[in-house]
Design a protein around this ligand. Structure first.
Ligand code: APR
Length: 253
């Protein structure tokens, strides 16, 4: 199916939709200059997952982990949302029932105006106590400047445990309630848009099955084939910063 045809078919379905859910991944922010994880030049090429994205890595070398996430926090503040982020923010105001479920920990969607958003992997602007439920927003690069040793890493004001980046690591539970709200929204969605994710982590399949089981349509926007491509109804093989604005234009026309 040509990209034009898949865009038109998707727009036809979206035009008569009231409830839309989006499941997004790193590809949504790729054209803003933030690396994805598994593509060429991706984050997992330059860093060992077990060092920077597993609890064991933080136990072994918390300074290395702080540096990794402080650099990512700095990087996201140096780039801008792209046309894909802005199109999703506009779709939020167009559909009576809309939810953006993002795996991304960057804040580009919020900076583009998205408000109905669930961040299932945490937030780069947040830090959490590594033991209790305390959490806060923190300018990590500022803290990093004075980080010489583990003793300099901030401690929780409630229980004095080490403070860690506010990001979910492999083997950890997702933030409470995020999966429930995502699945309940997917169950009543007319359309699920899967944007810029390989689908290898965290629930994309479950969301797609849930939306399809209740008669909804699943659309994938990704220049490449993914783990989810086999379950979707329509594939738009295009970059999200190109496809999403085009889809929006077709929907509102
Ligand atoms: N537009 C749309 N999709 C794109 C673009 C683009 N411009 N550029 C790349 N992609 C697609 C790739 O084809 C790939 O399918 O984005 C996807 C990125 O996949 P991953 O790197 O695996 O990222 P993601 O799916 O978000 O990873 C999920 O894994 O590492 C963990 O916690 C991390 O949230 C992350 C999760």
């Amino acid at each position: 199916m040509t990209i034009v045809h898949s865009l038109e078919r998707s727009a036809e379905v979206l035009k008569y939709s009231k409830s839309v859910i989006v499941f997004a991944g790193a590809g949504l922010s790729a054209e803003s200059g933030l690396p994805t994880f598994r593509d060429q030049g991706g984050l997992w090429e330059g860093h060992r997952v077990e060092d920077v994205a597993e609890p064991g890595g933080f136990t072994r070398d918390p300074l290395l982990v702080w540096r990794f996430y402080a650099e990512r926090q700095t990087r996201q503040l140096q780039v801008q949302p792209n046309a894909g982020h802005f199109a999703l923010a506009q779709m939020e105001t167009h559909f009576p029932d809309f939810l953006l479920v993002t795996q991304n920990v960057d804040n580009l969607s919020e900076r583009a105006g998205s408000q109905k958003i669930v961040k299932i992997h945490g937030d780069l602007m947040e830090v959490w106590c590594s033991l209790c439920s305390w959490k806060s927003r923190l300018d990590m690069p500022v803290v990093l400047e004075s980080l010489r040793s583990v003793d300099d890493i901030p401690r929780c004001p409630k229980c004095a445990e080490l403070v860690r980046p506010g990001v979910v690591w492999f083997g950890e539970m997702l933030p409470p309630g995020t999966i429930d709200v995502s699945l309940s929204t997917a169950a009543k969605a007319d359309v699920l848009l899967i944007v810029g994710t390989s689908g290898l982590v965290s629930g994309g399949y479950g969301l797609a099955e849930t939306t399809k089981a209740s008669g909804g349509t699943v659309v994938e926007i990704n220049p490449a084939e993914t783990y989810l491509s086999g379950i979707v109804d329509i594939c738009i093989r295009s970059a999200s910063s190109v496809a999403l604005p085009k889809l929006l234009a077709l929907i509102v026309s």
